[in-house]
Design a protein around this ligand. Structure first.
Ligand SMILES: Nc1nc2c(ncn2[C@@H]2O[C@H](COP(=O)(O)OP(=O)(O)OP(=O)(O)O)[C@@H](O)[C@H]2O)c(=O)[nH]1
Length: 353
């Protein structure tokens, strides 16, 4: 059963799904660690191990805070750094004063580091942890035990590291598959709202203006009909390559429909976006695709206006693209800025781009 039903089981984007997975992991680790460690506070206190009991109380208090913040405020208390730190200190100290009874706790502690910390940090912390545990076991146990402890703990860390690394890679790969179009490698619609929203925030907070370009191939159906669907696919790939050649690294290219593309241009005014759109149309129409197929495209340009939502922004661009098609295709139309509700002025720049 999900701990955060509203945000996790109904995640609408891969990014939200990954965040939900991480929150569930952190929540369960802290919850079950609390259940396991809380009784030990009493045991250690009764055995007059007051310092260790204090560490364990801190550990439990941190677990309660993390669980509470995650559940009720949706924040990550101290980014989970205290759990590994206290777990490691408690395990080392407990081994030093309790011998084997403390040593057993070092194995779950070492594993937890890989689930709570970024991989590099977890590797670094575990190296320090294994070395410290080895030093303590060297002083505390006979030599054969020292070797057994060092190797078994090292192996546990290695297995946990491999697992965490592979889960991270799998996560990246699944996110990539879920957010990109397999034919062209462009972003698909899943990230569209997030990326447009981030540009809107840049406009609202820092007055940094972004623009978007919509680009749609003209009469693409005829290409499929005449040359076949496979050739159509190759045209779409080549088209993507041609577009990419003209983009900056920070620009983002989406395929939002069969033969419709969207380019988000951060920190770009409408004038510059318009120049780019014209260059793109030229690069499409000036050279045949697959050596034989002549094509043109229509495009629209829209600079983000103050106070508008991403869907209004995109809608303006969409209307302008429709206008470019109805004016005869192979041209760029600039969408006018958002108007106040009672303004009945035109949606498009009356002069074709
Ligand atoms: N080869 C190929 N064709 C696709 C793909 N996705 C959509 N299409 C085709 O793209 C064509 C789009 O046709 P329309 O929407 O009529 O647009 P159009 O023919 O380009 O006409 P205008 O946009 O009005 O200029 C359809 O024939 C779709 O089958 C794809 O992934 N590969």
């Amino acid at each position: 059963m999900s701990v955060f039903p509203s945000s996790d089981s109904l995640a609408t984007t891969p990014t939200l799904a990954v965040l939900g997975f991480k929150r569930q992991l952190v929540y369960h680790l802290h919850f079950w660690a609390f259940i396991a460690v809380a009784p030990l506070v009493l045991v250690q206190w009764r055995q007059d191990h007051h310092l260790l009991a204090m560490f364990l109380i801190l550990f439990c208090a941190n677990a309660v805070l993390v669980i509470g913040c995650l559940r009720y405020r949706n924040t990550y208390f101290l980014r989970g750094r205290l759990f590994p730190l206290l777990a490691v200190i408690s395990a080392v100290y407990s081994t030093a004063i309790n011998g084997h009874a403390g040593l057993y706790w070092s194995y779950p502690a070492a594993t937890a580091l890989f689930f709570l910390l970024p991989l590099r940090e977890a590797i670094g912390s575990n190296i320090v942890f294994v070395i410290t545990m080895s030093a303590v076991s060297f002083m505390k146990f006979p030599e054969p035990d020292f070797w057994r402890i060092t190797f078994s703990l090292g192996l546990t860390c290695l297995f946990a590291m491999i697992f965490a690394w592979l889960v991270g890679k799998l996560q990246e790969e699944l996110t990539r598959l879920a957010t990109t179009d397999p034919l062209t490698g462009c972003l698909n619609r899943t990230q569209l709202a997030d990326i447009l929203n981030s540009q809107i925030q840049m406009r609202e907070r820092y007055e940094r203006v972004s623009s978007l370009v919509l680009l749609d191939l003209d009469f693409f159906k005829a290409i499929n009909d005449q040359w076949g669907h496979l050739a159509g696919d190759k045209v779409l790939k080549e088209m993507t390559t041609r577009i990419r050649k003209r983009l900056r690294e920070s620009d983002q290219l989406f395929r939002i429909g069969g033969e419709e593309f969207m380019i988000v241009l951060p920190e770009t005014r409408e004038k510059d976006a318009d120049t780019l759109a014209h260059q793109l149309l030229t690069s499409i129409s000036s050279r045949p695709f697959l050596n034989d197929i002549k094509l043109t495209a229509s495009a629209s340009v829209a600079e983000v206006s103050q106070g508008e939502t991403w869907s209004v922004w995109l809608n303006r661009a969409d209307h302008a693209l429709y206008e470019a098609k109805s004016r005869g295709r192979n041209q760029v139309v600039n969408a006018f800025r958002s108007r106040p509700m009672n303004d009945q002025g035109p949606l498009f720049d009356p002069a074709p781009g």
